[in-house]
Design a protein around this ligand. Sequence first.
Ligand SMILES: Nc1ncnc2c1ncn2[C@@H]1O[C@H](COP(=O)(O)OP(=O)(O)O)[C@@H](O)[C@H]1O
Ligand SMILES: [Mg+2]
Ligand SMILES: [Zn+2]
Length: 272
Amino acid sequence: MEPSRSNSLVESLARLTQSAGIVGTESSSCETHGAFIASRLRDGQITGCPECSRERQAVQEAQERAEQQRQAIAARLERLLGQALIPPRFKTKTFDNYRAQTDKQQIALSACRSYADRFAENLEAGRCLMLLGKVGNGKTHLAAAVAGAVIDQYRCNAMYTTVSRVCQQVKASYSKESTQSEREALDIFRAPDLLILDEVGASYGTDFERMVMFEVINARYEDVKPTIVISNLGAGALVEALGDRTVDRLREGGGVVVVFDWDSARREVANG
Ligand SMILES: Nc1ncnc2c1ncn2[C@@H]1O[C@H](COP(=O)(O)OP(=O)(O)O)[C@@H](O)[C@H]1O
Ligand SMILES: [Mg+2]
Ligand SMILES: [Zn+2]
């Protein structure tokens, strides 16, 4: 190396150490890592064990990675909950805040809870759940609780919708301005791991409604994906509203039926 160049290197090193405030070195020792060369700084401080400092940094980096991971998991959960489109009124509904005071309520609660607890199995089998019966008995409440549990425990994507919303989506696809085909509109409801179809048979079913319900339920049946159907109708009236073929698809693979037929929670409160 040319002397001039080596000189300039020494000078710049000296400038560096000076700007870092190092005024000298001395031997030191760490209880864990043994001997090391410590630097004496201008303000009188002496640097610590470099190995300890590396370890501290590694711990800090691991903590930062864990924090980033935690944030990513929380963001994913947030996204899944957002995509589930659960109506605001039902977002806070859980199994724990469902009051099961009667035997029938207990049966309904435990059927829905165990459907959620065994969701891995139900997803695999495409097993459907039908919540049928009187208005105000907590069918939508328990379905929202299932969606929340499935998202939380299995990180599956669940989606809540109503029959009229599905029909609107499909109808909108027929408009000249629509950028969506009928198939694409139907695929919205085919895609989720779990679909909750509320208000089935609420409006006395038109042929169009029956056709759309068959398309959605049959597509999910073909994909072996579970659907929760909620209706204020009894089993017989549901068959009339949806048609045999569609109800057969829901029953296939051990579909679970839960009947809600007691006086509504609101009335019970009113009666004291
Ligand atoms: N057993 C219950 N425990 C707690 N809240 C209930 C119960 N049954 C019904 N509710 C509440 O009453 C309201 C109506 O219930 P909802 O789920 O809409 O009934 P449904 O879908 O059967 O018509 C909701 O706010 C729901 O949380
Ligand atoms: Mg409801
Ligand atoms: Zn050390």
